[in-house]
Design a protein around this ligand. Structure first.
Ligand SMILES: *[C@@H]1O[C@H](CO)[C@@H](O)[C@H](O)[C@H]1NC(C)=O
Ligand SMILES: *[C@@H]1O[C@H](CO)[C@@H](O)[C@H](O)[C@H]1NC(C)=O
Ligand SMILES: *[C@@H]1O[C@H](CO)[C@@H](O)[C@H](O)[C@H]1NC(C)=O
Ligand SMILES: *[C@@H]1O[C@H](CO)[C@@H](O)[C@H](O)[C@H]1NC(C)=O
Ligand SMILES: *[C@@H]1O[C@H](CO)[C@@H](O)[C@H](O)[C@H]1NC(C)=O
Ligand SMILES: *[C@@H]1O[C@H](CO)[C@@H](O)[C@H](O)[C@H]1NC(C)=O
Ligand SMILES: *[C@@H]1O[C@H](CO)[C@@H](O)[C@H](O)[C@H]1NC(C)=O
Ligand SMILES: [Cu+2]
Length: 809
């Protein structure tokens, strides 16, 4: 007997079916007209898929938990509180100058791990929620940067300096990260000075200037010169001129300015060196004089302003004849993923669940994406996994080119996750999550509506499969596609774009992946630049560089009392007399030895091709029924050697890249391995990662944290034009169950397919196909939001229409 609800459902489906037919007719009608349409408007067939019973609530929680980011309401209360603190005298955004005290950025400050665990595991009160504020004190003498903890939220009553054994606070003003207030004053001042002194030269040489230039403008790329390079705490930046045209990082011109932007008085900012056409001058005036000299003529550059159209090599329009399978008359849509039975994951604010997985996601304003309390099958395997730092170091023939050593947390990585585009950045069926934070240029909390996407996807690769073809050998097939949940964010850090994924597999494996794309940085071609890049366009080389990434993985395998062991694989010779019949015959085979790491120094790991190893973490009291420690293994699949010697130049900022894996005893103070000051502070790092292991703590039966470095070298080539494609740049590390489950946990997945004989005794009776209740075929399409319409109505959903809240760039 069917219930009324079920009948209603059937009726609903019929209505939808007929609606679907109607839509199909419309689609056909629209298709006919397509050739006459210039707009790419598309009608989406709306034959609605079943909803499923998952909960998707991406709104801010009323009562945020221990892993939720600061909510809009909390941010407002922080503003109200902090602007009322009289001794700080904070200037409001818009009024803030580099010579005033102002709020630079906010971040959630997670509670101590022990308190959070007591609360999560049911034996403790909910820890107070606190915020971390970076405050620039430009009106102090000397000016400094202070970090404050403000709480308890949502009604703050205190602010106190952040005290930590692992980081300096306060921080010299010269080490502060870049932000909108400073860059506003910097560009306003220096661009007009440059144009005043050498504007006519820029016009003659490049057909463009920095100011009053309408559609023929120069813009610039900034490279901070760190205190380690200068050997003192002075703030300097190279300003590398580029054409302001799509896209400036591969439209270089051969003039660069070294700016001294030290202190809090912007009227004292000045250009102290200029490099023009490979010739060096000590001031703008000196260049102007030399340029005019008739007695002693200098080499002059003469380039035309590029012509902007769809074929401009640096512009990103589709060009070239369509490849054979589709033509411009007959476009054919690519394969897409659908959710025929609705979403199989749930999102409740920061908490995400999928096929036995459960975790919380947040975006740290300072360090980027993080997941917390990561559980599989109910059991916690990691407390926290998060990005720590992204760096890219360039080389070049000139001082300005090689100064381009970017430590991206100096740009506040978490604020650069923005405007993910469904259909290109993430599947159209994705759920998008917002981020919210305070910035130095916006009066209200800045909200980015599509910073993160969550989606289920069939990777198209079998998670497992076996075919036992012959009847004699069993006669069956069994397979399961690697169907995963991905939580993705993409950080656009000036010219580069980094795709950062947390990928949850049904085998209990967690994959953390970084992929790079975006525009390279280039410089003007001269004959002597051979070792630093190929000539890839008329007048341009793509400079060699390398990208480095650092991640933290606070693993908790069956509790917080863990050990770290390597399984060392080696060759050994054994007696082979029995097989060979010869008395002295040896046979060489491989074996492994378990090697327990006792302290942090012993655990420092540098990859060695000659010594293959597994890295496993376990709780010594938790064994399988076979007496083997139940472990999780960290598999490194994205290593690259960092070649700058230790303590040399900017290497200090990358001390985390000295080892591919470091294991430390958990300390709340050792919150992150780098800091937003790392662009400038290398002479005396605010956070110096190699100090984390100096105290050489015991790591046997302790709460352990694994720190993982990844990297990739990049020698640009013509196919990096206009943009670097992602294939080949996938770097990852995995957390893999290792003797943790009795068998592969994917055995419980209903996504599997088995084909077997009906009757093994009588193969002639044929086969059965078992899909474990899943039906085949895709009869519906999700009711996807119309993205094109959305951005037409609100362009800010994809492009910013003012500098407000932009942070840097
Ligand atoms: C989502 O969460 C918010 C805040 O807790 C709540 O007010 C709202 O009702 C929830 N929405 C749904 C559809 O459950
Ligand atoms: C701060 O700088 C602004 C210019 O940016 C200037 O007008 C103002 O007088 C300065 N204030 C102090 C106290 O120096
Ligand atoms: C150089 O020549 C230009 C153009 O004649 C002139 O405008 C400029 O003032 C001269 N600059 C110097 C430093 O002589
Ligand atoms: C000017 O260019 C020529 C030819 O490239 C070169 O030989 C010369 O050294 C350059 N002069 C300066 C001052 O760099
Ligand atoms: C493993 O242990 C064996 C026996 O103790 C030893 O001969 C061998 O050198 C060890 N291998 C490694 C890589 O430590
Ligand atoms: C190998 O084992 C055989 C039989 O056990 C023994 O006779 C022979 O001496 C052994 N050879 C070596 C090289 O140890
Ligand atoms: C790191 O250790 C060095 C040497 O012991 C010390 O001078 C420095 O202050 C430490 N840095 C931090 C951030 O603790
Ligand atoms: Cu690159």
């Amino acid at each position: 007997v069917k219930s009324a609800a079920q009948w209603r459902c059937v009726a609903g489906v019929l209505v939808l079916l007929s609606l679907g037919l109607l839509v199909a007719v419309i689609v056909r009608a629209v298709k006919k007209n397509e050739n006459t349409q210039t707009d790419t408007d598309s009608v989406i067939a709306k034959l609605k898929c079943k909803g499923g019973d998952s909960v998707i609530n991406t709104s801010e929680p009323e009562n945020p938990g221990v892993f939720d980011d600061l909510t809009h309401k909390e941010l407002k209360s922080i503003q109200e509180y902090i602007y009322g603190v009289s001794e700080l005298k904070l200037a409001r955004p818009k009024e803030a100058k580099i010579n005033s005290s102002y709020l630079f950025v906010s971040d959630y400050f997670p509670p101590k791990k022990s308190e959070a665990l007591r609360y999560l595991d049911g034996n403790g009160n909910k820890p107070a929620r606190e915020a971390r504020l970076i405050i620039f004190r430009g009106d102090k003498t000397p000016p400094i940067v202070e970090e404050y903890i403000v709480g308890p939220l949502p009604k703050p009553t205190y602010h106190k300096l952040l005290k930590s054994t692992a980081r300096k606070n306060p921080v010299p003003y010269a080490h502060r990260p870049q932000g909108g207030v400073e860059l506003g004053e910097l560009f306003g001042h220096l661009y007009s000075v440059i144009d005043r002194e050498v504007g006519y030269l820029l016009k003659e040489s490049y057909g463009a200037t920095f100011t009053h230039c309408r559609n023929k403008c120069l813009t610039s790329f900034l490279s901070s010169v760190s205190s380690a390079i200068l050997n003192k705490d002075v703030r300097k930046m190279w300003i590398l001129a580029k054409y302001d045209i799509e896209y400036y990082s591969i439209q270089p011109v051969d003039i660069a300015f070294l700016a001294n932007i030290d202190g809090s008085d912007s009227s004292r900012f000045h250009i102290e060196t200029v490099v023009y056409a490979d010739q060096v001058y000590s001031s703008l005036q000196a260049l102007a004089a030399a340029y005019n000299s008739t007695s002693n003529p200098i080499n002059k550059s003469k380039v035309e302003f590029p012509k902007y159209d769809e074929n401009l090599f640096s512009a990103m329009f589709r060009r070239g004849p369509p490849s054979s399978s589709s033509s411009s008359n007959n476009p054919q849509r690519p394969a897409k993923s659908v959710e025929p039975d609705g979403k199989r994951y749930s999102i409740k604010h920061s908490e995400i669940t999928f096929q036995g997985w459960k975790f919380n996601f947040r975006m740290s304003t300072l360090t980027g994406p993080q997941i917390y309390d990561v559980r599989f099958g109910g059991e916690r395997i990691a407390y926290e996994i998060g990005l720590q730092e992204i760096a890219v170091f360039y080389s070049g023939q000139s001082a300005a080119e090689r100064a381009a050593d970017y430590i991206d947390s100096g740009l506040l990585v978490g604020t650069h996750a923005d405007a993910l585009v469904p259909g290109a950045d993430c599947p159209e069926s994705s759920t998008f999550l917002p981020t919210t934070f305070l910035s130095d240029t916006a009066s209200d909390p800045v909200r980015k509506s599509k910073s993160v996407c969550v989606f289920e996807m069939d990777t198209g690769i079998p998670l497992r499969r076996h075919l036992s073809y012959s009847y004699a050998e069993g006669g069956f097939y069994s397979g399961l596609s690697d169907i995963v949940l991905t939580v993705r964010t993409i950080l656009t850090l000036v010219n580069y774009d980094y795709v950062l994924d947390f990928v949850f597999h049904q085998s209990g494996a967690l994959e953390i992946r970084t992929i790079s794309t975006g525009y390279i940085i280039s410089s003007v071609y001269t004959d002597n630049k051979g070792p630093y890049g190929f000539k890839i366009h008329d007048n341009m080389i793509g400079n060699i560089h390398y990208h480095m990434f650092h991640w933290k993985a606070d693993v908790d395998v069956l509790g917080t009392s863990n050990r770290y062991e390597t399984l060392d694989i080696s060759a050994e010779d054994v007696n082979n007399t029995l097989s060979s019949g010869l008395p002295h015959e040896l046979y060489t085979q491989i074996r492994f030895n378990r090697s327990l790491k006792h302290n942090e120094q012993e655990a420092l790991y540098k990859f060695d091709f000659n010594r293959p190893k597994y890295h496993v973490f376990h709780n010594n009291d938790k064994k399988t029924k076979h007496g083997v420690p139940r472990s999780y293994r960290i598999h490194l699949a994205g290593m690259a050697k960092q070649l700058i010697p230790e303590n040399n130049g900017n290497e200090m900022a990358l001390s985390w890249a000295r080892h591919q894996l470091v294991v430390t005893k958990h300390k709340d103070d050792e919150l992150s391995s780098s800091s937003c000051y790392a662009l400038f502070d290398n002479r005396q790092p605010t956070v110096h990662f190699s100090n984390f292991t100096d105290d050489n703590d015991n790591i046997v039966d302790e709460d352990l944290v694994a720190w993982i470095a990844m990297g990739v070298h990049h020698i640009p080539h013509t196919e990096d034009l206009p943009i670097t494609p992602t294939p080949g740049s996938h770097l990852a590390f995995f957390l893999l169950p290792y003797n943790y489950f009795d068998e592969c946990p994917s055995m419980r997945s209903r996504d599997a397919i088995r084909v077997g004989l009906k009757n093994r005794e009588k193969p002639e009776e044929g086969v059965v196909v078992n899909r474990y209740g899943n039906s085949r075929g895709v009869e519906c399409e999700a009711n996807l939001p119309n993205y094109d319409q959305e951005v037409k109505e609100d362009p800010t959903a994809v492009l910013q229409n003012s500098r407000e809240g932009s942070g840097y760039s």
